[in-house]
Design a protein. Structure first.
Lengths: 190, 286
């Protein structure tokens, strides 16, 4: 993999740091009183999700990380792994629970997701911003019952629990914002 | 400036000599087949004028530094530089404050503390007396993992970036009397048995706005510092730079006792109008 020097660091660049793949969030050039120049860099560790801040000498370089994002179709899960297919190559990739993380709450068969591959293996999975899922369990929601401010919990096929308006019933398909976990609307009629 | 009878002068932007300072890269231009260099600051031109009897002078001009690009760094920027005969660095700090207030009436109150006090306050280190080993340990303690250079000036710069700058974002101060390893062109003297470089900086909200010296007038010491710069350059893998002989001639001719300061005009304006980067201020920023 190519090496990148500090003046090539841009947000989104994937590099190796301490043996872990990281994505650059921010790169600040600092030069105290005509002295040596440094770069104060913020990185996100793509394995753990944590944000690191490191200071480098200007001109130092880091090895690029073989990290690429692909849009893939979610196929199914066998309980242990989740299977995705690249629609361009028809290649299948299996992602473990750690890579999928909380995204399992929003996975629906044949939906498109962003799969991040590190050295060819799924490192993380990001769902589309919106997903349409069926409600498998919710109370009927009696009219006038505003004890919870006009909403009630509903469990979706994936196991996710979302607050929905009282008029939504079991069996309905709703649109959810995966970033906030909030109900958006009834699913569009297909 | 005119209130104080300081004469405006116009230094050349391109000249035949680069600077020896290992931390500065002069931009070279081809003029009639020769390599000329864009000024990194008007200091040498202004000192030559002072040695010829100009009296107090100032210039407001563009300065150029290669390899400097960031939120607060532009390769081309505006520098206000002025020299006062008979002033020491404390006199000049007072005048810098007056100028800042004149351009930025709402500037915060500006404290004044020595380099030694600043480092003691934030890091518990004696910047003047600390050894290279102590500074290196402090850098490791701040979480710096990569290779360290066992050079006092380098370590002080690193500690500034790691520990000092992030902790002074809401302060405004002059810091004066630097360790001699960071003297640049300032004169130094022994004070209570410890050598100090009579240099100062104005730092507001973590940003260095001005750098000033009670000027070194000794041509022998100045030449020695230029040679030391070139030794450092070689060690860093940088090409050596021929020291400007005309500056050394000016010092031999006799530089009056004076203090000078260089102030980053873009940065001062940016702070005074409340923008958070040079790009937001400079209409033609890259």
């Amino acid at each position: 993999m190519a090496n990148y020097s500090t003046n090539e660091f841009r947000p989104g660049l994937k590099v190796m740091l301490d043996g872990e793949p990281c994505s650059i969030l921010d790169n600040e050039f600092v030069k105290p009183g005509k002295g040596q120049a440094f770069n104060r860099v913020k990185l996100r560790n793509l394995s753990s999700g944590r944000v690191w801040e490191r200071t480098f000498k200007s001109g130092e370089s880091l090895e690029g990380a073989d990290v690429m994002d692909y849009t893939m179709e979610y196929l199914y899960t066998d309980g242990e792994f989740y299977y995705f297919m690249d629609p361009n190559t028809f290649e299948q990739h299996q992602a473990d629970k750690k890579a999928v993380g909380d995204t399992y709450l929003w996975l629906k068969e044949q939906d498109s997701c962003e799969v991040t591959l590190y050295n060819g293996t799924p490192l993380s999975v990001t769902p589309a911003n919106f997903v349409e899922l069926e409600i498998v369990e919710t109370d009927p929601g009696l009219k006038g019952d505003t004890a919870q401010g006009g909403s009630k919990p509903a469990r979706l096929t994936t196991g996710a629990v979302v607050k929905v308006p009282l008029f939504i019933t079991q069996g309905e398909v709703i649109k959810v914002d995966t970033r906030s976990g909030e109900y958006v609307a009834r699913a569009s009629k297909s | 400036m005119s209130e104080r009878n300081i004469l405006e002068v116009s230094p050349p932007l391109a000249d035949r000599y680069a600077v020896t300072d290992p931390a500065l890269q002069s931009i070279s231009v081809q003029i009639n087949g020769d390599a000329w260099f864009l000024q990194t600051s008007p200091e040498f031109a202004l000192k030559r004028l002072l040695s010829l009897g100009s009296g107090d002078i100032y210039s407001l001009s563009k300065a150029f530094r290669s390899d400097e690009f960031g939120r607060w760094h532009s390769p081309e920027f505006s520098m206000l530089e002025w020299y006062r005969c008979g002033f020491d660095h404390h006199d000049l700090m007072a005048e810098v404050e007056q100028l800042v207030r004149c351009c930025w009436p709402d500037a915060p109150a500006i404290e004044k503390l020595s380099h030694r006090e600043l480092f003691a306050d934030i890091l518990g280190l004696d910047s003047l007396c600390a050894s290279v080993t102590q500074l290196a340990e402090a850098a490791r303690a701040q979480g710096y993992r990569a290779a360290l250079e066992l050079d006092k000036a380098w370590l002080l710069d690193l500690l500034w970036v790691l520990a000092i700058e992030p902790n002074i974002k809401d302060r405004a101060f002059f810091v004066y009397d630097f360790p001699i390893e960071q003297a640049a062109l300032a004169r130094s003297s022994m004070v209570y048995g410890i050598p100090r470089a009579h240099r100062f900086e104005l730092v507001i909200n973590g940003l260095e706005l001005a750098n000033g010296f009670w000027e070194l007038t000794d041509p022998v010491e100045q030449e020695r510092r230029f040679q030391e710069d070139n030794v450092k350059r070689s060690a860093m893998g940088l090409a050596e730079v021929q020291a400007d002989p005309r500056l050394l001639d000016a010092l031999r001719r006799g530089l009056p006792e004076c203090s000078g300061v260089a102030l980053g005009v873009d940065r001062l304006l940016a702070l005074s109008v409340g923008v958070a980067s040079l790009a937001e201020l400079m209409p033609f920023a890259d």
